[in-house]
Write a protein that binds this ligand. Structure first.
Ligand SMILES: N[C@@H](CCC(=O)N[C@@H](CS)C(=O)NCC(=O)O)C(=O)O
Length: 210
């Protein structure tokens, strides 16, 4: 099994954190090429044109961070990162999905529409030119603010997004936040103290080290 990564990108990082939390080791292939783009070899081999992608020994490719995590969770159930029973799993799925759409989505909207290296690449996975939309930069920044507020209220006094257990909802929310902080200088608002405490505790985990 091998994982196609792109150093610094938030979506492959979700899978890398998951692997470290599980203690799973596999071959990691860097796909980044000059000019902040995926290598021509990878793009020619993958119709989705995005990472992460997990390649099984028979050549089967699995794309989408959570599909990869689901596959690995089934093979390696412990420690559980996707819920422990029907209700817990539904809560984890619900908050992970919100972290993806509202956190990773917002961070991506802000970054891709502002960074000069992504000129003509306003959306991932497209072979044709997609113009950046400057208006989406401020909207992405506003969406990050709404994401912080929503997750701050959800975390409350709990250690993690869905309560007592660290899960993929934490991984996705953390990767969105860390990416937006590093590349777009987004700050966690002072009013979101629960979020800030949670963020520091996840950042201290061994799995968060790059
Ligand atoms: N929904 C996908 C998102 C994948 C995605 O957008 N990956 C980005 C890196 S974070 C990518 O491959 N971008 C290619 C590009 O910018 O050309 C997932 O969950 O894995």
């Amino acid at each position: 099994m091998k994982l196609y990564d792109w150093q610094g990108a938030p979506n492959p990082r979700r899978v890398l954190m998951f692997l470290k939390e599980k203690g799973i080791e596999l071959e990691v292939i860097e796909t980044g090429a000059e000019g902040a783009r995926l290598s021509e070899d990878f793009l020619a081999s993958d119709g989705q044109r995005t990472v992460p992608a997990l390649e099984l020994d028979d050549g089967t490719r699995i794309g989408e961070a959570m599909a990869i995590c689901r596959y690995l969770e089934t093979l390696h159930p412990e420690p559980s990162l996707m819920g422990t029973d029907a209700l817990d799993s539904a809560k984890v799925d619900m908050w992970e999905r919100r972290a993806d759409v509202e956190g990773v989505g917002a961070a991506g909207e802000l970054f891709r529409n502002s960074h000069p290296a992504f000129d003509g690449r306003g959306l991932p996975g497209q072979a044709e030119r997609i113009e950046q939309i400057p208006e989406l930069v401020e909207r992405g920044r506003a969406r990050m603010g709404w994401f912080f507020e929503k997750f701050d209220a959800q975390i409350g006094d709990s250690p993690f997004v869905t309560g007592e257990n660290f899960t993929v909802a934490d991984i996705t929310a953390f990767c969105a936040t860390d990416f937006a902080r590093k590349v777009s200088k987004v700050q966690i608002p002072d009013a979101c103290a629960n979020f800030a405490r949670w963020y520091e505790s996840v950042r201290a985990r061994a799995s968060a080290k790059r």
